[in-house]
Design a protein around this ligand. Structure first.
Ligand SMILES: Cc1cc2nc3c(=O)[nH]c(=O)nc-3n(C[C@H](O)[C@H](O)[C@H](O)COP(=O)(O)O)c2cc1C
Length: 171
C-alpha cells in the first residue's frame, strides 16, 4: 500500500476482532512511531504497550467508559516526555513533547493501516487517572490512547471541511 492509499483509507476503528496482531506487527508499528520527526530529534515521547485485560479495562473507565478500548487486543499509549525535550528547549519543551508524541501516533496509525490493522485516536480521558494507571513519572503526560487490532467494521469516511479551512497567504 502506498502512502496516499493509507492516508485515504485509514479510518477510526472502534470495533475489533479477537485475533491478536503479532509481536512483529506491533514492533513494526512502534518502529513507525520511532521514525516520526521530533523537535531536535530529542524524541520527547514514550510508548506504553498494553496487552493486559485488567489494564485495558481501567483505561476504558478512565476514558469515560469507551469500552472499545478493552475490546482491542492491544493499546498503545503515546506519552509526551517534557523533561526529555526540556534538556534543549526550555519553555517550548512542553508543546514540543506533545507534538512529538502526536506525530508518532499518526505514523503508527498509517503503518497499522498498511498492515491491515485498525486504530482509533482516543483523546477523551482523565489524564491524571491514566497517568496513575500506567505509573507515569512526573513530566510524562498521556497524549493519546490508541486501541489496535484487526477491524471488525468498515466505516465510511466522515466528511472534511476541505478548502473552507485553507487560508492561502494569510488568514
Ligand atoms: C485529538 C483527537 C481526539 C480524539 N478522541 C477520540 C475519542 O476519545 N474517542 C473516539 O472514539 N474517537 C476519538 N477521535 C477520533 C475521531 O473521532 C476521528 O478521527 C474523526 O471522527 C474522523 O474520523 P476518521 O479518523 O475515520 O477519519 C479523536 C481524534 C483526535 C485526532
Amino acid at each position: 500500500m502506498d502512502v496516499s492509499e493509507a492516508i485515504e483509507t485509514r479510518r477510526a476503528i472502534r470495533s475489533f476482532k479477537k485475533e491478536r496482531p503479532s509481536k512483529e506487527q506491533i514492533k513494526r508499528i512502534l518502529h513507525a512511531g520511532h521514525m516520526a520527526p521530533s523537535a531536535g530529534n530529542l524524541q520527547g515521547r514514550d510508548f506504553i504497550i498494553i496487552e493486559e485485560d485488567s489494564i485495558k479495562r481501567s483505561l476504558s473507565i478512565a476514558a469515560l467508559g469507551q469500552t472499545f478500548i478493552m475490546e482491542a487486543p492491544v493499546c498503545i499509549v503515546s506519552c509526551a516526555n517534557t523533561p526529555r525535550s526540556a534538556s534543549k528547549y526550555g519553555s517550548r519543551a512542553a508543546m514540543y513533547a506533545i507534538q512529538d508524541a502526536s506525530i508518532a501516533v499518526m505514523n503508527m496509525m498509517l503503518m497499522a493501516r498498511d498492515l491491515g490493522l485498525g486504530t482509533c485516536w482516543v483523546g477523551a480521558f482523565d489524564e491524571n487517572k491514566v497517568a496513575e494507571i500506567l505509573g507515569l513519572p512526573d513530566g510524562v503526560r498521556p497524549v493519546a490512547i490508541v486501541p489496535l487490532g484487526y477491524p471488525d467494521e468498515k466505516p465510511e469516511a466522515p466528511p472534511r471541511l476541505g478548502d473552507r479551512i485553507e487560508h492561502w497567504n494569510g488568514w
